[in-house]
Design a protein around this ligand. Structure first.
Ligand SMILES: [Zn+2]
Length: 205
């Protein structure tokens, strides 16, 4: 049980399969660590199915079935209960790049057609990310250590969620060494410092 969880809207979007893959990966990683949210996502799937069963029949476009079947091939299914990579060792399949003093980033999914990207980030205790915001959503799951920002304190297993209204300067806390997070972002980075402007080109691809 962790203190910070996805919003109902995000869990439902995850259960409905409507989140971009990078965001779904962060939710899925939190679900692997949080039985309560796993159960909530499972109920969301059942509820969605029940609502569809109760919905009055509607006229469908002629190619609706074809389009639905085509969608099944678009992404791997994100069944909440399946075994998913949730440890740093399992997730860290790329190369760490230097982002600033005490900060390293490993890109995992580049920004695709859905506009979202996925990264691992590790930050030494006391180091802070340069002040920034995003024009879209930012989701994070803490895998190790802890950080705090303007919205609160997050420890291993916790889930942090921000939208375009969030502007923050996350700082790693001296808990269990480096803070390592899986982070998905959509939209452009809004830089509020010279260092953030320096790393903006890395984030905007
Ligand atoms: Zn949870």
């Amino acid at each position: 049980m962790t203190g910070n969880h996805p919003s109902d809207a995000t869990l439902l979007a995850y259960a409905a399969g409507s989140l971009p893959l990078a965001h779904a990966m962060v939710v899925r990683t939190h679900l692997a660590l949080c039985p309560d949210c796993r159960e909530a996502a499972r109920l969301g799937v059942s509820l969605g199915g029940a609502l569809l069963e109760d919905a009055p029949p509607a006229d469908l476009a002629g190619d609706a079935l074809e389009r639905t079947l085509a969608r099944l091939d678009e992404q791997e299914p994100l069944a909440p209960a399946q075994r998913v990579p949730s440890t740093i060792e399992e997730l860290a399949t790329g190369r760490w790049i230097w982002l600033g003093p005490g900060i390293r980033l490993m890109p995992l999914i580049r920004r695709g057609a859905d506009g979202a990207r996925l990264d691992l980030i590790r930050v030494k205790p006391g180091a802070c990310l340069p002040g920034h915001g995003h024009t879209g959503m930012e989701l994070a799951c803490v895998l190790k250590g802890a950080f705090q920002d303007e919205t609160g304190e997050y420890r291993a297993g916790d889930f942090a969620e921000g939208d375009e209204a969030l502007d923050h300067c996350p700082v790693a806390l001296p808990v269990d060494g480096e803070c390592v997070c899986l982070i998905s972002t959509s939209g452009r980075l809004r830089a509020h410092s010279w260092l953030a402007r320096l790393i903006q080109p890395i984030f905007d691809v």
